[in-house]
Design a protein around this ligand. Structure first.
Ligand code: HEC
Length: 454
């Protein structure tokens, strides 16, 4: 209850500010126009003092809810508010009893200057508490953008925490989890603070992403109350979530580089997007998307219950990102066939690690809108692989850890838009890869020798 009353402090503080400003204003006018306003002077000073005391009390209640504000600024603000109230009260009594004395004005006018300065300082600190200390700074760059732009030249040499994880936090979390606004008592500015956790203890449990509070909260639907970042803020992209999850899973290290944490093929693919101009990775740039009507809601629901995640790849498009993430052992060829119902919208498909066989290729070959396809760690071999040659929009294909051989080089060579292909730990030979590279010179092939063409 008390901290609830305290919430009216930010509203209530405008009363003393108003009274004091009005009083000083009249005093100022009085000096120049030699006019007299003594009939309301006493009342104005009284109101200034009383409202200031009330605002201080409310402010004190609010401050009891610890953790929300920067402790140093809060302490200064508190004492400034108290001093202002004390000084106003003294001025009121001195005015009441001594105003007719000759020497009164010698003390009175200097005290007005003190009140004026103290009012401004207190107000400024109060503003810093609610809006952050750079609220009035000229630069309009918000916290997130300031240092988030890190150029990553070689993703393998990037330090996972400083080059990938921290920029995400800086862009999307630090505005509320900094030294001035410690929401949930969680500071996210340094590695040490982050690992220390918040009001409910550690939020990161190294190697156990599933048990880590931070991962739980970023995976909540944005409408849920505890979701991070909260509703209305720019949410994390799937790639950003994947990076954070992977980093924790791999031990939440401070200094380790990407290569030292052995990302698997799927993760390598995601990490690759963070390389280069740095910034594009975080906004997950999506090239011109085909304009299609919305997928049939009933079909989407029907397919979802078979055990696959379906989400729109972005807010302003109908294209879909479809991934089989849990119960991969239950996803088989019949289920793949059902995906044809959303073939126009299917843009990203992840069937990695499922139990599909080459029969699925017939259906997958008809998903002509596909841009990204993950088929790694499945039983697939060359049989019927030519069905995929129809995927004229495919830009990225992952065949890591499958039984594909050089026989499929011909089919792959027909995927003219293909930009990236992952074929390590397949049966494809160096010769086959060379041939493919000759046919598609712009293709980046990730084989046993990484980035042959980069
Ligand atoms: C708009 C402000 C805001 C932003 C942005 C924000 N948070 Fe929070 N966060 C909060 C508030 C408020 C709480 C406290 C919620 C509560 O106590 O229920 C909190 C609490 C948390 C907690 C729980 C701390 C604890 O120990 O209970 C975690 C973890 C967290 N945030 C992570 C994040 C991450 C990760 C991001 C960025 C992706 C983020 N937050 C962005 C406001 C924010």
């Amino acid at each position: 209850m008390i901290s609830y009353i305290g919430r009216f402090h930010p509203l209530f503080v405008h009363l003393p500010i108003g009274f004091i400003a009005f009083w000083l204003f009249l005093e100022f006018i009085a000096i120049f126009r030699k006019s007299d306003y003594s009939n309301v002077k006493s009342l104005l000073i009284l109101l200034s003092a009383l409202s200031s005391i009330a605002a201080s009390v409310l402010g004190y209640f609010l401050s009891l809810k610890t953790g929300e504000y920067d402790a140093n600024i809060l302490d200064e603000h508190k004492w400034q508010g108290i001093w202002l109230s004390v000084i106003l009260t003294i001025i009121y009594f001195l005015y009441t009893f001594l105003k007719d004395k000759k020497y009164f004005n010698y003390g009175y006018y200097p005290s007005l200057i003190v009140v004026f300065i103290l009012l401004n300082v207190t107000g400024h600190h109060g503003g810093s508490l609610t809006h952050g200390s750079d609220y009035l700074a000229f630069s309009q760059i918000k916290d997130g953008e300031k240092e988030a732009k890190i150029e990553i030249k070689d993703i393998n040499q990037a330090v996972v925490f400083t080059d990938l994880v921290q920029p995400i936090f800086k862009q999307k979390c630090i505005s509320c989890h900094n030294t001035e606004k410690m929401k949930g008592e969680l500071l996210m500015d340094t590695y040490e603070h982050l690992m220390k956790g918040g009001e409910s203890g550690a939020v990161i449990i190294a190697t156990n992403s599933a048990q880590s509070e931070l991962i739980k909260l970023i995976n909540l639907e944005p409408i849920e109350e505890r979701a991070m970042p909260p509703k209305g803020k720019v949410p994390l992209t799937n790639d950003e979530k994947a990076v954070l999850t992977w980093w924790i899973h791999a031990g939440a290290t401070k200094d380790k580089k990407v290569a030292e944490l052995n990302p698997n093929a799927a993760m390598t693919m995601i990490l690759a997007k963070f390389a280069g101009s740095g910034n594009s990775a975080h906004s997950e740039s999506i090239p011109e998307l085909p304009e299609v009507s919305e997928a049939d809601v009933k079909s989407v629901e029907e397919i979802k219950v078979k055990g696959i995640n379906i989400v729109k790849i972005a807010q302003n498009t109908n294209m879909l990102d479809v991934r089989c993430i849990i119960n991969k052992q239950n996803w088989n060829d019949q289920k793949t066939e059902t995906l044809l119902k959303i073939k126009e919208q299917l843009y990203i498909l992840d069937l990695s690690g499922t139990v599909i066989t080459n029969k699925s290729l017939a259906s997958i070959g008809k998903l002509k809108s596909l841009q990204t396809l993950f088929l790694q760690s499945t039983q697939l071999n060359d049989d019927n692989f030519e069905a995929l040659k129809e995927l004229e929009n495919l830009e990225s294909l992952n065949l890591y850890n499958t039984q594909i051989t050089d026989k499929s080089v011909e089919t792959l060579s027909q995927l003219k838009k293909l930009k990236k292909l992952y074929v390590w730990q397949t049966k494809m030979t160096e010769k086959g890869i060379e041939q493919l590279q000759k046919n598609l010179p712009a293709l980046q092939i990730v084989g046993e020798k990484k980035y042959i063409n980069s």
